[in-house]
Design a protein around this ligand. Structure first.
Ligand SMILES: [Zn+2]
Length: 448
């Protein structure tokens, strides 16, 4: 039977070997907590973004998209409270100069060298930069630590141009930056990351209902793309750990190889953000309710998740090592990424049984048909079993093999990554067969 992933090392190693994730600046010895996505990783991220965008925006009448700038007027961060509150308690070791988050160490001395620690001071985790040629306070700007604020700042623009009525949401995907004191666990916590956030604007006081609704929607979303329900958990934040804008936050947690931790946060932000932007900008950010003839300041419920963290959860969940029978019936060990076919980077691989015409020409002809719809791969090197193993590790759900019989019966073999079942399909029907398997509307298989 199959073993789940118990250590991060195996995943990190597979990710590098197959082109999912590489250490950033590796030829210079790497760069702290910074990772680059390779050919398959880049594609996985596209598919995760697409899955989220389709389900959050395309499939609904009440949510629209936005793509805002990373840089913005410093007033945004003054209003949002990030300039004042977005900080972590920091201590320095006077001896070895290492830095720690004061709330993550449980002793008075340095955990590394036992040296004396400085007093706790607040360290703002926004990345500061300067816009234009002059480095002074007037040109200071910040890389956004969340994408949400541009949604609030554009609330009136979007509401009026799209004629949205409460309740409605504005969603966006984009990079954010936090100068975290403590990073780690591969792509789990990095200083540069990508977020998928949605601000759902509601009539004042309807927060309880919508807060529950979005927690339930988001849990369903992870299940739809095959995450194991047993590894998903809800955890409500204590009052003390709530962010400065939040009236209540519930994390959707996942059991990563390093332990249970946050995957997504659903926050009840009340009217904090629109209220603050109205106050600092001096602009009217209320919404006019036709039905009641009243101006109201909407409240907000926000589901927010990191694309990278999502990728880590899906990769962790997909990773399996197992014993399977080879073509000759002998048991062999394989590593397989059982990614949902919609998320899998390469959807279909095409093999000629051996490296010879006309098998090669037919395999390439079929690949050309498929590449208009999906990312495909062609492989003619090595034994067929080895080619399957490579695609198993890459997470490719279907492999199509052209053999000598194909020349006679006009059919090919389609091998399923998970069940290992091989279907004989006529080349005329191949595209429809694959379309059905790879359709976005299909339901996820029950996780193994
Ligand atoms: Zn020290």
């Amino acid at each position: 039977m199959s073993d789940n992933l118990k250590s991060m090392d195996k995943l990190v190693s597979l990710c590098k070997r197959r082109g999912y994730v590489y250490p950033n600046s590796e030829i210079y010895g790497g760069f702290a907590s910074t990772w680059d996505y390779g050919p398959l990783g880049a594609e996985l991220l596209i598919n995760i973004r697409q899955a989220w965008w389709r389900d959050t925006i395309t499939a609904r009448d009440d949510v629209v998209g936005l793509n805002s700038a990373i840089l913005s007027h410093p007033g945004v961060w003054q209003a949002s409270g990030h300039l004042e509150h977005f900080s972590d308690p920091l201590v320095d070791c006077k001896q070895c100069k290492r830095r720690f988050r004061a709330d993550q160490i449980d002793r008075d001395a340095c955990p590394e060298c036992d040296g004396e620690l400085t007093d706790v001071r607040q360290f703002n985790t926004m990345f500061k930069t300067f816009v234009g040629p002059v480095e002074d306070d007037a040109s200071a700007a910040y890389l956004r630590p969340e994408t949400a604020q541009a949604i609030f700042a554009n609330f009136r623009n979007v509401q009026q141009s799209s004629r949205m009525k409460l309740p409605f949401g504005i969603a966006q995907i984009g990079k954010a930056f936090r100068n975290e004191i403590t990073t780690g666990n591969f792509i789990f916590r990095t200083r540069e990351f990508e977020m998928m956030e949605m601000e759902y604007f509601i009539p004042p006081g309807e927060d309880e209902k919508w807060f529950k609704y979005w927690i339930s929607e988001r849990i369903s979303w992870y299940r739809r793309y095959g995450l194991n329900s047993d590894k998903l958990h809800l955890r409500a934040h204590d009052k003390a750990e709530l962010a400065h804008y939040s009236r209540g936050t519930t994390d959707i947690e996942y059991d990563y190889p390093f332990g249970r931790s946050e995957l997504e946060g659903v926050a009840n932000r009340g009217d904090y953000d629109l209220g603050r932007h109205q106050e600092v900008s001096g602009r009217d950010l209320t919404y006019f309710d036709d039905a009641t003839g009243q101006h109201v300041l909407p409240w907000v419920v926000e589901p927010s998740v990191g694309v990278d963290r999502c990728a880590l959860a899906f990769l962790t969940d997909a990773y399996h090592e197992e014993e399977v029978p080879s073509a000759s019936g002998k048991m062999q060990r394989r590593t397989v990424l059982r990614l949902d076919p919609r998320l899998a980077p390469v959807k279909v691989a095409f093999f000629p049984l051996i490296k010879r015409e006309p098998l090669q020409a037919l395999a390439k002809e079929l690949q050309d048909l498929a590449r208009s719809e999906w990312l495909t791969y062609y492989d003619e090197t090595g034994a067929i079993g080895r080619r399957y193993r490579r695609q198993d590790e890459a997470g490719t759900p279907y492999c199509v093999t052209v053999d000598f019989d194909s020349l006679e019966d006009g059919a090919v073999t389609v091998r399923d990554r998970d069940t290992l079942v091989q279907d004989r399909i006529s080349t005329a029907e191949l595209m429809d067969y694959l379309r059905e398997k790879l359709a976005w509307s299909r339901e996820a298989k029950t996780p193994a």
